[in-house]
Ligand binder design. Sequence first.
Ligand code: EPZ
Length: 416
Amino acid sequence: MSIIQVHGLQPLKGEIGIQGSKNAVLPMMAASILHKGTVVLTHVPGIQDVYCMKGILEYMGCVCTLEGDRLTIGTDALTDIRIPEKYLKAMRSSIMMLGALLGRCGEAVTCYPGGCSIGRRPIDLHLHALEKLGAQIEERDGVIKATAERLHGGEVNLSFPSVGATENALLAAVLAEGTTVIRGAAREPEITALCSMLNCMGAKVTGGGSDTIWIEGVKTLHDTVFEVPGDRICAGTYLSCIMASQGEAVIKGVCPGQMAAVLQAARQMGAEIKEYENHIAVAMRGRPEAVNLKTEPYPGFPTDLQSPVLSLLAIGKGTGSIRETIFEGRFATALELEKMGARIHLEEESALVTGTYPLKGCTVEAADLRGGAALVVAGLAAQGETTIRNCGHILRGYEDICRDLQKLGANIRRVL
Ligand code: EPZ
């Protein structure tokens, strides 16, 4: 059981570099198997989810070498088409291997990834998209067998801009015969990055980042070296930490243009933000102003920063609210924040929060990845020591949150 301890009320100061994006690198690792050769990814974050995806690729026969932040994936010897249940249970997003396996091998066997602490997380849109491209999907006793003699181009209409379903459709379409159009596609920057990487490999994808993506199937791809973009959610988390501590710092290695909704909310909460080409400067004097926010698909306010901003509202001046429209179970952290003195009223998909400052340090439990990070945000604005248990969740997406925040002067350490 990993434990982090935070002593709060210390303004964070200095500058911090942002790791590679978890939600960009995972689909890129899946995409690598579309090519029989070598794919190199740089600026790869050293996080549990990357190690898990690396384990899946190696299970399938790939040769993966991670040296620092450089990951070399040799896919010549890929032989296995199964995504074992243990990996899916450890990391739901391994379901995005489906499209890549169908594209490479014409078949894939997996099981339902199941829900997690933030929601049911069905995969109906993924399976619908793959069937539109010629896959036959058999489901029996929780096992999913997908086969396709030859994937063909088609029209995929997503009823919701699912990030994962967009990625699976993209990966299945790259080597399919003919042209595919994905309408209602997710527009997240991680999709744009994946499309750029696929084109770097020799694919023909246009419209990445818009709600309509066109893919002209090609017969072969080629070796590639590609850099993973900075993690905008990690940057937004550290922005919340700096604001909670009433500090002043520079966040480097991230594109402000990908964080427009986040920076707008931060400014509404009273942060002074200066934007540069690939870094932002933030200064926060006093407690956050209360705001009313709603999470939405990109370019709206990201659901992955809902919990960190809930912590900011918990110390805000007045009463604010957050409406969660993406995942139905993403308020588990509210119960932990209440242990620290936060005043949060949950009503269906919204949280009404009356700020109080400072919070009081105590022992709390991380329920999920971003919820755990939100408890670090809260601990930075709490009197005394906050002990956060179950921090394995945090390690899935943040390389080393203690190392990074210590660089900004935070009194934080991992004790287990
Ligand atoms: C990706 O998850 C991210 N994960 C999530 O980040 C992120 O919160 C989410 O996109 C939304 O931005 C990765 O990229 C690895 P979705 P994904 O499919 O693809 C429903 C984090 O903390 N849905 O866009 O699973 C679903 O239930 C993680 O880094 C269906 O109904 O998200 C949810 O309500 C958490 N049927 C909504 O769509 C489907 O077939 C959004 O899901 C698929 C999804």
